[in-house]
Design a protein around this ligand. Structure first.
Ligand code: ARG
Length: 491
């Protein structure tokens, strides 16, 4: 294959026989297994449209700077437009002999428009090119994640409003602690997702930086206008150091970090759904469309979706750890190790998107077992703290009040009763202040809940206020997102 050695003949082989674009200094063809091992095409073809988008901007900038003639630029742009269409229609002829998506697009361009296609790569390296593609991709994904997060939050708000009157046991140590509004419990997840949205938006700011024009690592001798490329691609800022630009994958780590926290939140929620749907709790039932049966036990209705979300959380953490570990020993600047950034990223994107799409309808399918909830909240000791607070409000030091109520609990347990079944005389035996009509009222879950009126507390009045704040802060975050996503080059 290598017997014709003039530069022109070598160059022609690029399209003639699948030779490598970098084949110039090599004499022997590459080992097939090595080629397969090194190829990223099977997974990085997902960056195809970003690659074309980046090339279009690079080409326009080269024309503007007089590096390419207008005619050359037009040919390249037409070729790239055709490639974009082929990709969109799923008819682009991918070829693994050309290692990655960048070389595939370039090869296709040369096939289409001839050797002038080879001019596109002027002043560019795959190192700054792959970085650019990833930036464009992560930006797009953060924008899409934001929409999905908002949708899930909206469903939580709707459910919180719909079930406003429902009281459930609140837990610490998974022991019944104090009754709370079901809405209050749901809204706790709303705020976690609020922080997730904020976090992804913060990460967006650091993703919105343009690496192109850094060349392989040291910049370029061509008169590239990096601001122009950034403007065309709607980046807010430029990397100020070419070595940093081609080596940086912080933004991918951040995306995976944000995704890991999100998954942790969803996994905790799922754990609760799994508990709540168990016969032991029987708080809620998930719709048939979002549960599965057992192939052996006909009575089963399994919360498979929450379980799988909980299970997939480990895989998203694993992706984050894989990337951090891959990066930790790398000398500057680009190293082939960095090709390993893509699969963890893509896998995470797929995982969180599928989950965020499923979560809202799954939650909407949930039915509350109201009768059971009413029964369980009336049947425990979780309102006795109200008695201690009542004594403390009457001047008894809280420590003493706690002791008094503790003895009362012991007495009630020994009698095999519930606190709500104690007579006024029995209560009065523990402290004269308890000899009041009010004390039995205090023990009712409804009253206990209603009295926790502090800002952020579970009283209906406080939860309504919480809902208002949720709407207000969401609007503020929407505005911030719109501003950040509007993508103006900030000079
Ligand atoms: N496929 C490579 C990656 O994903 C593209 C950059 C390769 N650059 C290089 N000089 N080998 O990282």
């Amino acid at each position: 294959m290598k017997d014709s050695n003039t530069p022109a003949e070598r160059r022609d082989r690029l399209t003639a026989d699948g030779d490598k674009p970098w084949g110039g200094r090599f004499d022997t063809a590459m080992d097939k297994k090595a080629e397969t091992f090194l190829a990223s095409l099977p997974f990085d073809q997902r960056l195809a449209q970003e690659d074309v988008q980046g090339s279009i901007a690079h080409c326009r900038m080269l024309v503007k700077q007089g590096v390419l003639s207008v005619d050359e630029g037009d040919k390249i742009l037409d070729g790239l437009a055709e490639i974009s269409t082929e990709l969109a229609e799923g008819i682009f002829p991918f070829d693994t002999a050309f290692e990655d998506i960048h070389m595939n697009v370039e090869k296709r361009l040369v096939e289409k428009i001839g050797m002038v296609g080879g001019k596109l790569h002027t002043g560019r390296s795959r190192n700054d090119q792959v970085a650019l593609d990833l930036h464009l991709y992560v930006k797009k994904e953060i924008r899409e994640t934001d929409v999905l997060l908002k949708r899930l939050q909206q469903v939580l708000l709707e459910l919180a409003k719909e079930h406003m009157g429902v009281i459930i046991p609140g837990y610490t140590h998974l022991q019944r602690a104090q009754p709370v509004l079901f809405s209050h419990h749901l809204l706790a997840y709303y705020w976690m997702l609020h922080r997730d949205r904020e976090r992804f938006l913060d990460a967006y700011g650091r993703t919105d930086m343009m690496p192109l024009g850094s060349g392989a690592l040291s910049g370029s001798s061509f008169p590239l206008d990096r601001e122009e490329t950034a403007r065309l691609l709607k980046f807010a800022a430029l990397y100020e150091n070419s070595m940093d630009a081609v080596s940086d994958r912080d933004f991918v780590v951040e995306y995976l970090g944000c995704a890991s926290l999100l998954m942790m939140h969803l996994s905790r929620f799922c754990e609760e759904l799994i508990l709540w749907t168990s016969q032991e709790f029987s708080f809620v039932e998930l719709g048939d469309a979002f549960t599965t049966g057992s192939s052996m036990m006909p009575q089963k209705k399994n919360p498979d979706i929450p379980e799988l979300v909980r299970g997939k959380t480990g895989r998203v953490y694993g992706n984050l750890l894989a990337l951090l570990t891959m990066l930790k020993g790398l000398p500057l600047s680009y190293n082939k190790d960095m090709q390993e950034d893509k699969e963890p990223l893509f896998d995470t994107v797929d995982t969180i998107k599928k989950i965020l799409e499923l979560f809202p309808p799954m939650l909407q399918s949930m039915e509350l077992k109201s009768d059971n909830l009413q029964r369980v909240v009336g049947q425990d000791f979780s309102t006795v703290t109200e008695l201690a607070d009542f004594l403390a409000a009457g001047g008894v030091p809280f420590r003493d009040a706690h002791g008094i109520v503790g003895r009362l609990v012991r007495f009630t347990l020994d009698k095999g009763k519930l606190p709500s079944e104690l007579t006024r005389t029995e209560l009065a035996n523990f402290h004269p202040l308890l000899d009041s009509e009010k004390t039995t009222q205090l023990l009712l879950p409804k009253n206990a809940v209603a009295s926790h009126r502090t800002r952020g507390g579970t009283a209906p009045s406080a939860v309504k206020e919480q809902l208002n704040r949720a709407h207000r802060l969401a609007r503020r975050l929407d505005k911030r997102a719109a501003k950040i996503f509007s993508e103006a080059l900030d000079e």
